[in-house]
Design a binder for this molecule. Structure first.
Ligand code: NAD
Length: 287
């Protein structure tokens, strides 16, 4: 058996198209153009690529995009006052601080992110949004796990026994709540989990988000499982692989996301949906 490949491009196109329709609706019926501000501090080349990509996707969908490039020497106070300004700006509905911050202010990342108005927090990292996700209120949810869930919905995948490997705030923990809200029974594994393979073999939906190249081997996967590989690992200057040994897993799974070309593409598409959602929450329009 060979698994169906869940190509991110296909799902990202659908997510973006749905965001575009909502942007048009906000413009035509409310006279509002959703606006995203991305703050980038310093000159990290990978961050510059990510920010350019976000800017380009906004333009594609008719979302106003403002990139605020701040010097690497910026202080915590510089960032906090820029965020205060954006929190008060009527034409900005989403604010994102590109991570990682330069070493000199890295230790203040949490304080800086928490200064963003929760209604404009399109990364979904603010404790208010985390709390809302946990309690099941309308929230801005981190883009990568939200994109994975959108993909499962679009592909009509309905596993009720799910296992997540990784418990980060960005991927693993939000994924737990999203899958649970979808009525799955979910186990979250992490670096201290004993007999990992015994747990992962229970999964109808297996999500790998650990950052360990090709760690998940075929014997860790239940026959016919759906495998969502969130990992992005650079093993050679020009070679990316996921957390799953794709070539072996494809023979066991019923569906699997490739790396590259899988989950990574969903993240930016979902950011666009979050900008639209943030705009609607601020206008008090039903999301
Ligand atoms: P993280 O380092 O914050 O968390 C990794 C998690 O994996 C931890 O909870 C840890 O306990 C667990 N883990 C590590 N080794 C393990 C092991 N041997 N057994 C079981 N669990 C183990 O990472 P993150 O930010 O959640 O990212 C995970 C991966 O997803 C990375 O490769 C990252 O690049 C990728 N990622 C991709 C996207 C995307 O857009 N596709 C977005 C975010 C992260």
């Amino acid at each position: 058996m060979s698994a169906k490949i869940l190509y991110g491009k296909e799902f990202a196109a659908k997510i973006k198209e749905s965001a575009r329709l909502e942007v048009d609706d906000l413009k035509n019926n409310f006279g509002v153009t959703p606006g995203l501000a991305v703050i980038i501090v310093g000159e990290n080349p990978a961050s510059q690529v990510y920010v350019r990509n976000k800017h380009k996707t906004c333009e594609e969908l008719g979302i106003k995009s403002e990139v605020i490039a701040m010097p690497a020497t910026s202080t915590k106070e510089d960032l906090l006052s820029k965020i205060d300004e954006l929190n008060a700006a009527d034409d900005i509905h989403g604010i994102l601080v590109q991570l990682p911050l330069p070493d000199a202010i890295k230790a203040h990342s949490e304080e800086i992110l928490n200064r963003i108005d929760p209604l404009k927090d399109v990364d979904g990292f603010h404790p208010v949004n985390v709390g809302k996700l946990v309690t099941g209120s309308p929230a801005l949810v981190p883009c990568t796990p939200a994109g994975c869930l959108e993909m499962l919905d679009l592909a009509d995948i309905d596993g009720k026994r799910a296992v997540i490997i990784g418990r980060s705030n960005i991927v693993g923990k939000p994924m737990l709540h999203l899958l649970m809200a979808r009525h799955a029974t979910v186990t979250v594994c992490h670096s201290h989990t004993k007999n990992l393979a015994d747990v992962t073999r229970e999964a109808e939906i297996l999500v790998a988000a650990m950052g360990k190249p090709k760690f998940v081997t075929a014997d860790m996967i239940r026959q016919g499982a759906v495998v969502v590989d969130v990992g992005i690992n650079r093993i050679e200057p020009k070679k990316l692989v996921g957390d799953v040994d794709f070539d072996a897993a494809v023979e066991v799974a019923s569906a699997i996301t490739p790396v590259p070309g899988g989950v990574g593409l969903l993240t930016v598409a979902m950011l666009m949906k979050n900008v639209v959602k943030a705009t609607k929450l601020q206008l008090k329009v039903k999301t």
